[in-house]
Design a protein around this ligand. Sequence first.
Ligand SMILES: O=C(O)CCC(=O)C(=O)O
Ligand SMILES: [Fe+2]
Length: 227
Amino acid sequence: MSSLSETSSRHHYPMGLAQASTAFTKRSLLTPSDIALVQSIQQEVVNSGEHDNPQNVSHHNPNHKHCTFLHKPCGASLPANPLRALAPQVLGKLLRFAQASWASSTWSSSSGPISSVSPPGTPSGGVGNLSLRVAEHWHYDVGGHLDNDRHYDQGSVLTIVTALNEDFTGGVFRTFEPSGEHAEHPLAPGDSLCIVSHKFHNVTPVLSGFRESLVLELWEGGITHGR
Ligand SMILES: O=C(O)CCC(=O)C(=O)O
Ligand SMILES: [Fe+2]
């Protein structure tokens, strides 16, 4: 109510409200050539050397999945933020989708999970007021999964997940709803989903083939090359 509490709550996103929030899906947001571009950037990052997320190296075998950061410097041959520099139109599509999702949601209404963040349509509000925290390419082999029902992306505001391939079974993206049930969000290649980052989400085990996804997190913390 007071401006002091509003200021101090700027980076507080109530967990309970996030769980009740809606997920938005956009079919075929990325074209096959957009996907091929993202995959080629991921390959360039891998080939350039330092692509491993140190926090995820140990996950490579036990968890059968692997992360490549597409937002941080990785050697002299690539720009500092490879996805933004080499695929600005792809990033633009994803950010515009996040903006449209937010604008049609109640996420930043007074009783919404991100009421502390200025919504689209207000001066310097919306996605333009957030920064790209991470752009992650995920590769899940058979057995790869994200099995914590209460996994969420702490500290971020919006998460945008895009499917990059379809040559697998299992590997379904789900949200864990307040009812205690999982809602499945099947995603075909190029389909994107946008959620408030504090909404619980998970991925069922890949049963055959491999699964590739692009995960963007937007936050209020400014440009980062870290994490
Ligand atoms: O790969 C996905 O679909 C989502 C992964 C995820 O939620 C995460 O890495 O935080
Ligand atoms: Fe996540």
